[in-house]
Design a protein around this ligand. Structure first.
Ligand SMILES: Cc1cc2nc3c(=O)[nH]c(=O)nc-3n(C[C@H](O)[C@H](O)[C@H](O)COP(=O)(O)O)c2cc1C
Length: 401
């Protein structure tokens, strides 16, 4: 099983500057290390007022550098060598002050000097009060940095530590870790538009009840993340789930199969690749009651009618995109999946054992296409999604050649 953790053995320098969001950098360090990265932390003097170096040292397993002169006593020319050894530098949080320093090429502390002497990509995650963010000086500095090829991550808008609302919140640690992974990802799908459906649908019976299933949306969301990493523009049409949408995907929330079909109809003209992961309910009730059905002692019969087949709608289009289907089966997995693939004329279908995969964090997959089958033993859904996106990109390329 190939290790698809994109950060395995990558040498990352995590720089912290003086802002309240420094507390989030501890979680970020943990996520990067968990992904296999070797993380070297450097903190400005102000950052040390917000979070202890000991925390970062414990999380990364490496001593933290904070001082230009102290660092030089243990690592000759650390101000230059530290950046030379790195695959990427991420400053999180990046204070308004540090952004100003970077934009002007100042080198009056260890972190600023390392950034100036770097040869690797530099990413910054600004975090500050909304007025500091909106200040024309800060915006000028950011424009300068963008022109210098520095990647600016965020910020987000929302409630701030000072109690005000607006732009300036640092992105969450998981979003920053995802952005870091993107730097190292092969861009299999650069310039391509990928449309993905995910999650269950919910077919209302009355005002408070409905027919649904136990799909969590995890596989569809993982695929959206992996397609983004691969450079695609992603639209995610999602039924009701409890997952945070991947940053940078266009997300369309729907409830019923009919709503999902409408969203797919609207988006399909832009799609190069359509991946149908959603567990669309096969039936809905003929007549939805507007009020809650009262409890009685009598049997209740619901009349069900078949829902539209969204995947079939797409594959039947005269200029259908490259279509990928999913088959979750409880028995005769391969046989049923291959039958579905032939019936729907799909170049690729992904089969998984319904009782093991639905709702779980890991799944085992079988990829069935014109070349035969490929088994992907059980692994995390994000790892499976990355393998799958690579496979899809290869088949898609072959079809286009
Ligand atoms: C309580 C407190 C919170 C602060 N929060 C922020 C912040 O979120 N963002 C920011 O840019 N500056 C913030 N500052 C100001 C910076 O800490 C200050 O500009 C400092 O000089 C930055 O130093 P550095 O860029 O070398 O880390 C804060 C200051 C204090 C006292």
């Amino acid at each position: 099983m190939p290790d698809l953790s994109l950060l395995t053995s990558k040498r990352l320098l995590l720089g912290l500057t003086g802002g309240v969001a420094a507390y989030k950098a501890a979680e970020l360090a943990r996520l990067l290390v968990q992904d296999g990265a070797v993380v070297q932390t450097v903190m400005t003097e102000s950052a040390c007022h917000f979070i202890g170096a000991a925390t970062l040292q414990a999380l990364t397993g490496k001593p933290v550098f904070t001082d230009l002169w102290q660092a030089n006593s243990s690592n000759n020319m650390a101000h230059i060598n530290l950046s030379r050894e790195m695959d990427a530098i991420l400053i999180a949080p990046a204070s308004a002050d540090f952004i100003a320093k970077l934009a002007n090429g100042l080198a009056d502390d260890l972190l600023a000097t390392i950034c100036l002497a770097r040869e690797c990509p530099l990413l910054i995650a600004p975090a500050m009060n909304r007025q500091m963010w909106e200040n024309p000086a800060t915006q000028r500095n950011l424009a300068t940095l963008q022109g210098d090829d520095v990647k600016i991550l965020g910020p987000a808008s929302g409630e701030q530590a000072c109690g005000e609302f607006g732009m300036g919140r640092m992105l969450e640690a998981c979003e920053l870790a995802a952005a870091m992974r993107m730097i190292f990802h092969s861009k299999w799908l650069q310039g391509k538009c990928v449309l993905i459906t995910a999650g269950p649908t919910f077919e209302a019976i009355d005002a408070v009840r409905g027919i649904t299933n136990i799909s969590s949306g995890k596989m569809g969301y993982a695929l959206a993340g992996a397609a983004l990493e691969a450079g695609a523009t992603v639209t995610l049409v999602s039924g009701p789930v409890c997952l945070a949408p991947p940053a940078k995907a266009k997300c369309i929330d729907v409830v019923s199969a009919k709503e999902m079909l409408t969203a797919v109809k609207n988006e399909i003209p832009h799609a190069d690749i359509f991946i149908s992961v959603a567990a669309v309910a096969d039936f809905s009730v003929t007549t939805t009651r507007q009020q809650k059905i009262k409890k009685t002692d009598h049997p209740l019969t619901l009349e069900l009618m078949p829902n539209p087949d969204i995947l079939k709608f797409v594959t039947d289009l005269p200029e259908a995109p490259f279509c990928v289907g999913f088959a979750a089966e409880t028995e005769d997995l391969e046989k049923n999946a291959e039958n579905k693939r032939r019936k729907k004329k799909l170049p690729l279908i992904v089969a998984n054992q319904a009782q093991d995969a639905i709702g779980a964090d890991e799944s085992a997959l079988i990829l069935l296409d014109d070349n035969g089958k490929q088994y992907l033993p059980s692994a995390s859904k994000i790892n499976q999604a990355r393998l799958l996106i690579k496979h899809i990109a290869q088949l898609y390329k072959k079809q286009c050649d």
